[in-house]
Design a protein around this ligand. Structure first.
Ligand code: NAD
Ligand code: GLY
Length: 373
């Protein structure tokens, strides 16, 4: 793995594979992949394909994807969902099912998720459910989706009582990450994606953390070589983890570093108020401090993680929900067991594990990192 800017690999298409037996697939990363028919070679050639996208991404990229897919499918349909985390819900999911049913789509129909993590998670869940399972392909167009949500088969919608609570594990047939699509991404969304990139360092790869510290400015300036390396390394780490623990019976939970606090921020404020990645960024600062207070890393290491999150332009101070509300929300996290909150904690740096923590220490973290300033 590269440790300095000069050793990053040259731009071109690269493939990361995930080994899950008969559910294995490739993640292709590069420029110009969206329009390249080769990106889709070997995928099922059904009569119908349905591109699921949203009202923002559809007008930008759906026509190009439709054109590229025309040699693979007789009929290429598009459904545009409303844009936003607040629409990661039953009515939007039902819109996909209604389109499939009204167009007579059969069980060979291939769904293409064209968009960020919201579209990807919902399309995957729809694919898992429609006629008890149809194939789907991820075409992620946000940094967050390219480095995390499109890989590994977690699909879900939100419930007002908890984030991603209704869903299924269902793997795509392929992931196609066209770096060029990031050109149109708002800067705030790029930063949100960087939060999920940053998380891989503390939990799995200190060298990558050091690389990120050295290359953060290039990433913020959307340098393609730097982006390509960050996406590739993130996907390598994610596939390494998911390949060992697809259904999250243990190890996979480390990918949720920062997410226990982060999900509480998202649910507590109402979905869509903070971007998911923003909440994860702040959540990582809180989880790093908790790791330090429990003696798993030293205070300097916790501050090192905070400094990177802050330099990435992500929030490091959470909203004033009150400690009781934070604790209440964290108790409905999927990692909670019998009402006991389980946090992903770092220690030593580059390794993570899931642990419970005394409420009193969690309250100290909440008091320091949230509320009025
Ligand atoms: P998102 O899907 O809401 O996309 C962010 C915004 O960018 C949206 O407004 C979208 O329309 C817009 N957009 C997308 N691509 C664009 C492009 N190329 N140009 C211009 N605008 C574009 O958010 P996200 O950050 O991609 O994903 C967050 C979601 O992912 C959350 O719901 C989270 O729970 C989920 N997630 C899932 C996993 C998983 O393993 N399944 C992992 C991490 C996050
Ligand atoms: N983003 C967490 C996971 O895929 O497990």
């Amino acid at each position: 793995m590269a440790s300095t800017p000069s050793t990053a690999p040259p731009l071109g298409t690269t493939t990361v594979s995930i080994d899950l037996g008969d559910r294995s697939y490739d993640i292709r990363i590069g420029s110009g992949l969206l329009d390249d028919p080769d990106s889709y070679s070997g995928l099922p050639r059904s009569g119908t394909a349905l591109i699921v996208t949203n009202t923002t991404v559809g007008p930008l990229y759906a026509a190009r994807l439709t054109k590229a897919l025309q040699s693979h499918h007789k009929k290429v349909l598009v459904v545009e969902l409303p844009d936003g985390e607040q629409y990661k819900d039953w009515p939007a999911l039902n819109q996909i099912f209604t389109t499939l049913l009204e167009t007579g789509s059969d069980r060979k129909t291939v769904l293409y998720a064209l968009g960020g993590g919201v579209v990807g998670d919902m399309t995957g869940f729809a694919a898992a459910c429609y006629m008890r399972g149809v194939p789907f392909v991820q075409v992620p167009t946000t940094l967050l989706a390219q480095v995390d949500s499109s890989v590994g088969g977690k699909t879900a919608i939100n419930h007002p009582a908890g984030k991603n609570m209704i869903g299924a594990f269902y793997q795509p047939q392929r992931v196609i990450c066209d770096i060029d699509t990031l050109d149109t991404l708002a800067q705030s969304e790029l930063l949100a994606g960087l939060a999920e990139v940053i998380k891989y360092g503390p939990i799995a790869d200190v060298e990558f953390l050091t690389w990120l510290e050295a290359n953060l400015d290039a990433l913020l300036a959307r340098d393609r070589t730097a982006l390509r390396h960050a996406i590739k390394r993130s996907c390598e780490i994610k596939t390494w983890v998911v390949g060992q623990d697809e259904k999250e019976s243990g190890l996979r939970a480390i990918l949720n570093f920062g997410h226990t606090f982060g999900h509480a921020i998202e649910a507590g404020l109402g979905y869509g108020q903070w971007l998911h990645g923003e909440a994860v960024g702040c959540g990582m600062v809180m989880a790093a401090d908790l790791s330090s207070r429990l003696g798993l890393i030293d205070a300097a290491t916790s501050l090192r993680i905070k400094a990177l999150v802050e330099r990435a332009g992500l929030p490091v101070h959470g909203p004033d929900l009150g400690a009781d509300r934070y604790l209440e929300l964290m108790r409905v996290d999927k990692k909670a067991e019998d009402g006991e909150i389980r946090f992903v904690l770092v220690g030593p740096l580059g390794q993570a594990s899931m642990r419970a923590a005394p409420d009193s220490v969690v309250r100290e973290v909440i008091a320091l990192h949230t509320g009025p300033r």
